[in-house]
Design a protein around this ligand. Structure first.
Ligand code: K1U
Ligand code: ZN
Length: 173
C-alpha cells in the first residue's frame, strides 16, 4: 500500500487547474491505486489527484456502504456533459478541509463522461450522493473547493481558521 500525503487548505496547489491525461499507462494505473489507498485510509468517499499534489485529471471514488463489498470508481479526464435543472442541498466535507462540514446546493443529476483504467470511454447518468461526490471531485480538478459556494462570511471564516493553523504549525517547526 502506498499512501500519499493529502494537501490541506491553504495550500496553493489546491487552486491549480489539472492537465488532461494523454494515455492510460501503467504509471497512471499505479497512481490510481495509490489514490485509492490514500482515500480508503483517510477515510473518504472520493479523492482527486490535485489533493495529493499531482496536477493530472484523475479522480477516485467509492460510495459503497459499510458491510458492502468495495466498489472503486476511477475516472480519467472526466467531463460533465449535462446538469439537471433541479438541485439538491447536501452536507459536504473535504479531506483537504478536515473536520468542517457545510450544506451545498448543486444540480441533483448529471451525465458524466470519462475514460476508465482500461482506456474505455464511459458515459453514465448519476444522481444522489454519487452525483454530488462526482461534482465535488471534478471541481478539485479545476481548483474549485466546496467552500467557494458558501457565503463570503462563511468562506472567510474557514479560510482564516486554516491560515491560522498553518501559521502556528510553521512556527512550531
Ligand atoms: O474530495 C474529498 O475531499 C473527499 C470528500 C468527498 C465528498 C464528501 C461529501 C460530499 C461530497 C464529496 C470526502 O470523502 S469527506 C469524508 C466523507 O465524506 C466520509 C468519510 C468516511 C465515511 C463516509 C464519508
Ligand atoms: Zn474535497
Amino acid at each position: 500500500m502506498a499512501k500519499r500525503e493529502i494537501l490541506v487548505l491553504p495550500d496553493a496547489r489546491l487552486r491549480q487547474v489539472a492537465e488532461p491525461i494523454p494515455a492510460v499507462t501503467d504509471e497512471i494505473r499505479a497512481l490510481a491505486k495509490d489514490m485509492l489507498d490514500t482515500m480508503y485510509d483517510a477515510p473518504g468517499i472520493g479523492l482527486a489527484a490535485t489533493q495529493i499534489g499531482d496536477m493530472r485529471r484523475i479522480v477516485v471514488m467509492d460510495l459503497s456502504k459499510e458491510g458492502e463489498p468495495p466498489d472503486p470508481i476511477v475516472m480519467i479526464n472526466p467531463e460533465i456533459l449535462n446538469y439537471s435543472e433541479d438541485t439538491v442541498t447536501t452536507e459536504e466535507g473535504c479531506l483537504s478541509i478536515p473536520e468542517i462540514y457545510y450544506d451545498v446546493e448543486r444540480p441533483a443529476e448529471i451525465t458524466i463522461k470519462y475514460t476508465d483504467l482500461e482506456g474505455k470511454t464511459v458515459e453514465r447518468q448519476a444522481k444522489d450522493r454519487l452525483a454530488i461526490c462526482m461534482q465535488h471531485e471534478l471541481d478539485h480538478l479545476d481548483g474549485v473547493l466546496y467552500i467557494d459556494y458558501l457565503s463570503r462570511l462563511k468562506r472567510d471564516r474557514v479560510l482564516k481558521k486554516f491560515q491560522k493553523a498553518e501559521k502556528l504549525s510553521r512556527k512550531a517547526g
